[in-house]
Design a protein around this ligand. Sequence first.
Ligand code: PMV
Ligand code: MG
Length: 371
Amino acid sequence: MNMTQSTTSSHTAEAAAPGKLYIAGEYAVVEPGHPSIVIAVDRFLTARLEQSEAYGSIHSLQYSDKPLRWERRDKQVTLTEENEALEYVLAAIRVTEQWLLETGTDLSYYHLTIDSQLDSESGKKYGLGSSGAVTVAVVRALLRYYQQEDHDLLVYKLAALAHLSLGSNGSFGDLAASAYTGWVAYSSFDRTMVRRWMDECPLHQVVEMDWPSLSIEQLTPPGSLQLLIGWTGSPASTTDLVGQVKAKQTEMVASYESFLEESKACVTRMTAAFRAGDVPTVQKEIRHNRLLLNQLKDITGVVIETPSLTQLCDIAEAHGGAAKSSGAGGGDCGFALFEDKTDLSPVLQQWAAAHITALLLNVHEKNNAFI
Ligand code: PMV
Ligand code: MG
């Protein structure tokens, strides 16, 4: 597929959404108003729509051999055979189409094809956020297909409503990174409140409202920063890990509250250092955030930094990097930030010897011709 084109004629439309990687503020960001930093990486998931007659189909190239057929029942897209692997795709379609219906759009049939670079070639997950990217790509492709403006905030909100409709326990920072791209400072909204609005108001009104505590801001990173991402090779479930931490937090109220406060202070200082182009302070706060996440493990017993992630961090630290686990940890990826001009070859060699795969990814900055 030609990844550099985005077509917006009335019969076809395409959108690519990047994967994401958390840099700081994990777990605390699940609580509304607690900041995180998330980046978009240059691996993509593409959603392509082509108009059809009488029935539609969804073909996720990495998940099924053949397209699955759908029909419109009570105006709602319904698969003729259920398929759990497509729950995010269906939720994204249903929420976006609901918004389109309420804004007076006539809906049609189409074939949707999804092509993802976000899992490893052996099919193992990297933890780069394929469920977030698929939601963002489908929402954006549909808005384009129906010739609506695909503003990032609208895309983010529709994607977040899709994930809320599935009962997700996450912060939706993955959706913010995937929709906005680049380096993103993100705080989640009050999800209890927005869920209530969903029950009480038409969807387009929910979208129009100001969502309490939501904050999404693109950061300009210092030019003199090198980011190196390492993959441990073991997949981790964010939903399970967040669920385990949530289950413990009620017993550990005081220490959990102080974790939240300290994470907020740390990420706020880090964000200010990003704005000031102050690499040593960014590095100092990455190390501090690693410490806080290790304390969260002591509070909850949930292993965030696995032995492999500790190795990844220790090797990078020995060569001047500031390193930590990314996201929920428990496997997946870690990363390190180095001063510009640091020779990374010894890190790469030692990571390889420790069975850590360097993922040679760059931060993806938006280029509208592309996403
Ligand atoms: O492991 P990831 O990359 O899905 O990141 C999860 C980050 C958490 O803060 C632990 C959860 C969330 O949804 O923000
Ligand atoms: Mg993860």
